[in-house]
Design a binder for this molecule. Sequence first.
Ligand code: ATP
Ligand code: MG
Length: 452
Amino acid sequence: MTGGNKAAMTALEVTGRLRPYGIMVADDTARVFDAIAQQGGCARFVGGVVRDALLKRDLVDVDIACDLAPEETQAALEKAGIRVIPTGLKHGTVTAITDAGAYEITTLRVDVLTDGRHAEVAFTDSWLEDAKRRDFTFNAIYCDLDGTIYDPFDGETDLRDGRVRFIGVAENRIAEDFLRILRFFRFQAWFGRPPIDPVGAEACRKAVNGLHDISVERIRDEMFKLLRSRSPAGTINDMIGFGILPAILPKLIHTDCLRIMQWLDSTALADPAIQPDPLRRLAALFAPGGDRRNSDDDEDNLAAAERFARDLRLSNEETDRFAEMVAHAPLIDPKLRPEIVRRDLYRMGAPAFRDAVLLAWSARAAVPPRCTRAENDEWKALIEAAANWQPVKLPIQGRDILKAGLAPAGPRVGALLRQAEEYWIDRDFQPGRDELMDYIARQITAGDEEKE
Ligand code: ATP
Ligand code: MG
């Protein structure tokens, strides 16, 4: 039986057509579809790639639904010389790896047993059953290689109207998998138009305790995906209002600062180095002592930020970055003198300095009185200073000290070097090599005199 005939037997009706582009029309994609057809199977795009194609957005990840059993899919792809990783055979998923990208290929399935966290699945040949187990109407739109669309729950209309709608009864669908609460808000942030669907949101509120069973890592990943959307503050506010954030991240209590941050990082500043950044946006949401605006204890800020980041299981690198911005932002003042700005830029590097400025600016602009135009220009000047910053290098090294016979090899060399660096920074990086060597010599003489 050919793939076409088999597809005709399944229950989904053709509802429309789109013009495929990007990775949908890549040769490698055709090879994947063809390999499955060669084995008598039918493959269709589904999920994010179809949703994004309907919105004409950039296409990144490709999810494919397929009516072959996972082992058959794997064999079919291998036969066609395509590399396959059996990512989740038990759940029906294999990943095809090609030069054009990765394809998550999942066998049509139904969930037979669910407990809110895990599902036991059974494979099926019914496309409709597969559609019903998906979460939202616009995530259950299938599309053939040629662009033919099958949209059993009219997800296209919901997508067009900005409505995130559960397939089936929201309460039941959430009880099957509590992660769907977070997916609901994530998709709202990306595709929803306010006001949020009250039925879905209310069902999430009622089921909020189920989130306690979801791992921190999954919560973090969902939050990051949400925070990558262009303007997440409205949805975050909904998550606070419907009791979701208080249940999982009680440190995130207001969105005033995030509102400014999202405006700065996605609209106001035409600096290519500044893009929406989930970690920076998280910092804008984070209120260490209940409310950062009333907290002036930097030591506490740092400790609280580190604790929060560790609890969220951020990587070491993310934790350091997060804590540094939270701790440093209160020290940033738009009236900083240029030499102090240069000192900070040297010590922190432009990216971390930019983080701290954006966070400080957001925190300042989030409370009345409104920033005046002149004040905003001062903040902007800090951002421009970061853009124009040319890293400078201390003109001497440890070996210069050794060569000049100023100190024997050992920790003293490092200490002298650090002293010289402070001297150099305090003088706005102006002293050259000779002046710094003289300075070190003077330090040694002064030290010797002190000893006598
Ligand atoms: P993106 O990849 O852009 O994050 P996506 O919609 O493709 O979005 P995936 O997590 O890749 O999301 O999942 C692919 C598809 O699988 C979804 O579109 C949805 O149909 C289904 N799906 C994923 N997770 C769930 C879930 N927890 N409950 C029900 N269906 C889900
Ligand atoms: Mg996807």
